[in-house]
Design a protein around this ligand. Structure first.
Ligand SMILES: [Zn+2]
Length: 331
């Protein structure tokens, strides 16, 4: 495939090649999709993803997460190596990411939140409720089990959200996301029901912004390139939960994915990248061989395989991705 800006790409990748050091870079993605709105900045367009894969294919050694962990345990990390992962289990991983991974023969691990298979992630539901209506009421009162919260959007409640700066709904979305994130699944569902009634949203969940169905998940796992890992059941902040609930989230996601796929699920990614020492111990005890976090670093020979760091590429074209890669690999 021809890549726009290939000349500058070649210059920066030459530099990249000279700077690469021992150690492996794990990249984390969420969605590969061309969208009109990306409120959480988790989408990379198929075009940009293809350009990023082209850079990786030409100048790095690509290995699967399973292989990386094996090499880590043997103390034989390869040079110029990169490993790809995806979090959550979006349907576009099958329709947009997998064909490109196949084109370049690049392996990847997709971490799936098993309780969302065939459904809409809570953060996408929140965005749909807040961003899709033409108008929203100016006052929001949200009653949660621990407290009630009120948002006033301006001096004129009837018009306020429309009259505020264009990003005011984005601000409300960020504020509510932070408030809903630490809640239990039941409390979060209750909050979303209140928000749905308040916003009077008629728009159904988007067929383009959803989790893989069971059938699609089986299709994604078919072949030797894509490995499925677990990512909890309901995507909670595990560190907020007592040990028993953490154990359930970690073990149940593994068991239900193994039942569906008829293959061992041995890699885990902590939801929101967060893990306490107890979370780590429970993950190892559940039979996983490794777990990924979200903090940025390179995997070194002494890295903890249950605390693997990752980087999160943005929606960059190939040349910019190449320069970004060089910056991190210079250390
Ligand atoms: Zn996630």
């Amino acid at each position: 495939m021809r890549i726009p800006g290939l000349k500058s790409l070649k210059r920066s990748t030459r530099w990249l090649r000279s700077r690469f050091v021992d150690g492996v870079l794990i990249l984390g993605y969420h969605r590969v999709a061309a969208v009109t709105a990306d409120p959480y900045s988790i989408c990379v367009t198929p075009q940009h993803f293809a350009e990023q894969l082209e850079v990786l294919h030409r100048y790095t050694q690509l290995l699967s997460l399973r292989e990386l962990v094996q090499r880590l345990q043997e103390g034989k990390l390869p040079r110029r190596a990169v490993c790809l992962t995806f979090d959550d289990g979006y349907a576009d991983n099958l329709y947009h990411a997998k064909p490109l991974l196949e084109r370049y023969r690049i392996p990847a691990t997709v971490f799936v939140a098993s309780g969302y298979v065939g459904g809409e992630f809570w953060w996408d539901e929140l965005a749909r409720l807040l961003l899709s209506p033409a108008t929203l009421p100016g006052r929001l009162l949200l009653s949660l089990s621990e407290a009630s919260y009120e948002w006033l959007s301006g001096y004129n409640p009837a018009l306020a959200l429309e009259r505020e700066a264009p990003n005011s709904r984005q601000g409300l979305l960020q504020s509510l996301y932070k408030r809903l994130l630490p809640l239990s699944d039941a409390d979060r569902q209750q909050a979303l029901a209140q928000l749905s009634a308040w916003a009077a949203v008629e728009l159904a969940p988007s067929p383009h912004c959803r989790a893989l169905t069971a059938h699609e998940l089986i299709e994604l796992a078919r072949g030797s390139l894509v490995d499925i890992g677990a990512h909890s059941v309901t995507h909670p902040v595990l560190t907020n939960l007592p040990a028993g609930e953490q154990r359930f989230q970690i073990l149940q996601s593994k068991m239900s994915l193994e039942k569906l796929l008829h293959q061992p699920v041995i890699c885990f990614a902590y939801p929101n990248g967060l893990a306490s020492p107890m979370t780590r111990a429970l993950t190892e005890a559940a039979g996983f061989t490794c777990a990924c976090t979200s903090f940025n670093d390179i995997v070194w020979s002494g890295s903890d395989r249950f605390h693997l760091p990752r980087f999160w590429p943005s929606d960059w074209e190939g040349a910019k991705f190449s320069r970004w890669l060089a910056k991190w690999l210079r250390a």
